[in-house]
Design a binder for this molecule. Structure first.
Ligand code: ADP
Ligand code: MG
Length: 917
């Protein structure tokens, strides 16, 4: 084997890109650290080459090579980290692979690349990870493609390139293939990356949910202690494998022989639960690593949640786990459960092992997790797996999503989130999963954007919890705001097909609650249609003469099992509705069981194209006929709750039916010009950034095909008058002043001015309005049209947020705006407009002039394009954008853009490598 090398670099050479150190999961469930190479790796590299098999050496160097020359070693390890780059893959503390490129002397922007993986590690996905890593780095450094030379029989590497999804050209000459790969992140690349990630991460999480043997380190004889409760739970649930208690102070726990340390256990240990005081945890985990344990669940608290010292311990803990290629849940968590009878694992210290079902859940709060399990057992909700992620240092929401995506026992995914680790990655994964399985999320807490001092309309609008909202919406995640809603929606989705449409029927034995249900449904935007004459006649044929049959169907209090059975049957068979809510309000205890049984039987016969919900209104709760775990539909206690759950499910169904949007690219964009403007402006600027002057703003907007009125910055009355003469149209005169955020508030704007005299007067007026006039902007006056706001503000966690609303000074006051996270798809842009209520004005509401909605969509998409290319922009306010009649386009009459130097770290985080754990 080769020589040990460090996983992370502390004493790094200058330019070493720390943020590119990353861990990834392998196909066999192990993990690998991938990091940039450093000169100190030379020894390990030499050993690596020495140990290569004859074949690998031949494939890599086209001859058998046992040693690198000093100058080769230097060339391979001493890099500038831009034109030349190399990543090493470290497995079990040893060098396991290298991927490198060099663009030196390659004028065409195509770099020479080479990849090698240690013989004994081939087939685990390391080559693929190195290719993604290197190409992501290249992308971030303006390298358009790679050229790699492969011997024709190097099938393994050829397969890596092909499976990675890159656009590839091959040429063969005398047994040597030259493969050219575009580094562009095409859809094919993303899809292939997604698949590779899915397989490897799911495999790495497997030992947590399906361990073959378990150790409980800190198992205690004290039944009330956490270690005692956890151990008892595992035993009581009859875990399907050996369980070893570990405790140096006990020789027997619950009649089971106890071991002083995990290393004393005779058999293998797959998963270890750790319930010892925080100060012992790291040593214990080291022992687990030595023992070959694959997963650890650290229940112990006392880590980053307690302060700096705990934080240091936690970092060390993570290093131990990653170096050993283990996966870890926690620390500071409650544990996990898998109700699959094949394992029957109750690995948590609370009192409830829920019933087996098809819902999986991750909770960031342990206490809340307990409450949720308790509540679930009191509803007809069964759980597949439950996990409390605690400080989520290693295993976090994204890993679990990837696991549940392929878990056949999971149909619905619940998330209780307090924070996001990597929102961009979450969005990418969730977008894919929600097309197959619903994700229901409760997110508490506000975004950090709220803390920002607002210096633009956009900035102050973003102070709500809009980023998480936008993220969920764009990824098709069902967001709920209360735990009650979480359960209601889940109970519906776990038991019933998603609604095919928005038409709802109600059948009831009491009028009042049905009216409440109609109100709730209609206020949620659902439809309660009046039935056709035929359907009414059919209902009439078996219902009492004074029953109402138009919808709601009020069968009056006398209705019994037979009426319910027939009415439900008739409605479910009809093509006039998509969902049916059955209300049952028991007038007395008598007959409750019979009627409930009739409702259950009829409801469970629901065809696939209908959604069935039941409401049983009584303080005592629903009878077992309607609420036991095996009932095939949800039963709610109030009509409003049923209506709300149905609304969420309908919205999800709409998401499922939607084709995916695309992020369009535009012709004729002059990004180089915009880049030059930005580079000049940020020269010397600090982190607070600078607002661009009007000329710079116009140049950038123009470079992206965004339409602005004719305009000029002037410094004398004469120049202003000359501009008016030139354009032969009325003009607008605006003062340029750093102090006036909103110029018109202080009288710094004069509209619709023509003629030399008026222009001169306007000029005097606007410059006198502020203490610090820096010049005057004269513009063509754009008459008529609607005014809209388009803006952007950067959230430190979520990245750029784009906002749309109807413009004018009231935009903050009314708050009728739509946010999306950049980048926008064409669908996002169209939906932003339809989501804003006042944007109906653009459709020509009540005889008003309609607006050019297509041009607004185009503007939003171009803005998103611009933001993508120019990460220095962190705040932007286009307010107003004047929208003309359809076909006449838009004019951005007021624009403010703020820029600051980028730290450079944004690029890799945007590239968002899927391999990151
Ligand atoms: P500020 O937002 O700093 O107060 P604006 O440049 O947005 O200044 O001007 C204020 C208002 O004047 C705009 O909201 C718009 O209604 C109107 N306005 C500004 N420029 C033009 C123009 N070129 N054509 C027509 N109306 C304009
Ligand atoms: Mg304005």
């Amino acid at each position: 084997m080769s020589t040990a090398i460090p996983a992370s670099i502390i004493d790094a050479p200058s330019g070493y890109p720390h943020e590119w150190e990353q861990d990834a999961a392998l196909k066999d469930g192990g993990t690998v650290r991938i990091r940039p190479i450093v000169p100190a790796d030379a020894t390990a590299l030499q050993a690596f080459v020495k140990n290569m098999s004859t074949e690998s050496s031949y494939f890599r160097f086209f001859r058998v090579k046992r040693q690198l020359e000093p100058e080769e070693l230097e060339e391979f390890t001493q890099l500038d980290y831009s034109e030349q780059m190399a990543f090493v893959a470290i497995v079990d503390g040893e060098l396991g692979g290298v991927g490198r490129y060099s663009a030196k002397g390659c004028p065409d922007g195509v770099a020479e690349a080479a990849f090698t993986v240690a013989d004994e590690l081939q087939g685990k996905g390391i080559g693929t990870l190195l290719v993604y890593r290197i190409s992501a780095y290249a992308r971030a450094h303006d390298i358009k493609g790679f050229r790699a030379h492969l011997l024709a029989d190097n099938h393994a590497m050829m397969r890596v390139f092909r499976n990675a999804g890159f656009a590839m050209r091959r040429e063969v000459d005398q047994g040597v293939y030259t493969v050219e790969i575009d580094t562009e992140e095409s859809d094919a690349v993303l899809a292939a990356e997604g698949r590779a990630e899915q397989i490897s991460i799911a495999a790495s999480v497997m030992p947590l949910f399906y361990p073959t043997s378990i150790a409980v380190i800190g198992a205690s004889r004290d039944k009330l202690s956490i270690g005692g409760r956890l151990f008892n739970n595992i035993i009581n649930a009859d875990f399907n494998g050996p369980v070893y208690p570990v405790n140096p102070k006990a020789s027997i726990v619950r009649s089971i022989r106890c071991y002083p340390s995990v290393t004393d256990i005779p058999g293998t240990v797959d998963l270890a639960f750790i319930v010892v005081p925080a100060r012992y945890v790291n040593d214990v985990v080291r022992e687990c690593a030595g023992k070959g344990v694959r997963g650890v669940v650290v229940i112990s608290a006392g880590f980053s949640e307690t302060g700096e010292k705990g934080n240091q311990m936690e970092q060390e803990l993570l290093d131990i786990v990653r170096d050993a290629g283990m996966r870890m849940v926690g620390p500071n968590c409650m544990g996990l459960q898998n109700t699959d009878p094949a394992v029957s694992l109750d690995g948590q210290f609370g009192p409830v092992m829920p019933r087996t079902g098809n819902v999986s859940m991750s909770s960031q709060s342990g206490a809340l997790g307990l409450a949720i399990l308790d509540y679930a057992t009191h509803m007809n909700l069964g759980i597949s797996t439950f996990i409390s992620v605690g400080n989520k240092v290693d295993v976090a929401g994204n890993d679990l999503l990837l696991y549940w995506e392929q878990d056949p026992n999971t149909d619905v995914i619940l998330l209780y989130l307090e924070s996001f680790g990597n929102p961009r990655r979450f969005s990418r994964i969730a977008r894919r999963i929600t097309k197959k399985k619903p994700i229901v999320a409760v997110k508490s807490g506000r975004t950090s954007a709220g803390a920002r001092a607002a210096s633009s309309h956009t900035g102050s609008l973003a102070s709500l919890d809009v980023a998480a909202d936008a993220l969920f919406r764009q990824a098709g995640v069902i967001r709920v705001s209360t735990l009650e809603e979480l359960f209601d929606v889940t109970a519906l989705l776990a038991n019933q097909p998603v609604p095919q449409g928005d038409r709802v029927a109600i059948v009831t034995n009491a009028g009042g609650p049905a009216i409440l249900a109609v109100d709730a449904l209609e206020s949620q935007g659902l439809v309660v249609p009046e039935f056709s004459d035929e359907l009414q006649a059919e209902l009439r044929s078996f219902l009492a003469p004074d029953a109402a049959v138009a919808n709601p169907v009020d069968m009056i209090a006398a209705a019994g099992p037979e009426e319910y059975r027939l009415a439900i049957g008739a409605l479910l068979a009809s093509d006039e509705i998509d969902a049916l809510i059955t209300l049952f309000i028991p007038a007395s205890e008598e007959g409750v069981s019979e009627t409930s049984t009739a409702i259950r039987e009829a409801g469970e016969a629901t065809p696939d194209d209908k959604t069935f919900l039941c409401v049983y209104m009584h303080s005592g709760g629903a009878p077992s006929e309607l609420s036991s775990i095996d009932v095939g539909f949800p039963t709610f206690s109030f009509p409003e709750r049923a209506a709300k759950a149905l609304r969420k499910a309908t919205t999800y169904a709409e998401w499922l039916a939607k084709p995916e949007g695309v992020v369009p690219q535009f012709e004729g964009i002059d990004s180089e010009r915009a880049r030059r403007v930005i580079d000049t402006a940020i020269d010397g600027a600090d982190d607070a950034g600078v607002w661009l002057d009007p000329d710079a703003v116009d140049a950038i907007l123009e470079s992206y095909g965004l339409t602005i009125p004719k305009a000029r910055v002037v410094s004398t009355v004469e120049e202003a008058i000359a501009f008016g003469d030139e354009i032969r149209a009325p003009i607008v005169v605006k003062v340029i002043s750093p102090s006036a955020v909103h110029k018109s508030d202080v009288g710094g704007v004069a509209l619709d001015v023509s003629g030399a005299g008026d222009i001169a007067a306007a000029y005097e007026q606007v410059t006198a309005a502020v203490p610090d006039p820096e010049g005057v902007l004269v513009q063509e006056f754009v008459s008529g049209g609607h005014e809209v706001l388009i803006g952007m503000v950067e959230d430190p966690i979520f990245g750029p947020l784009i906002v749309f609303g109807l413009g004018g000074v009231f935009v903050e006051l009314i708050g009728d705006v739509a946010f999306r996270i950049h980048p926008l798809t064409d669908r996002d842009a169209a939906e932003m407009i339809s989501e804003v209520k006042s944007a109906r004005l653009l459709e020509g509401y009540r005889g008003g002039e309609p607006g050019d909605i297509d041009a607004v969509v185009d503007t939003l998409l171009r803005v998103s394009n611009l933001i993508e290319d120019l990460p220095e922009i962190f705040e932007m306010d286009l307010n107003p954008v004047k929208v003309g009649t359809p076909g006449s386009g838009v004019r951005i009459v007021d624009a403010r853009i703020r820029v600051r130097p980028t730290t450079g770290t944004w690029i890799p985080s945007r590239t968002d490598l899927p391999s990151k754990i």
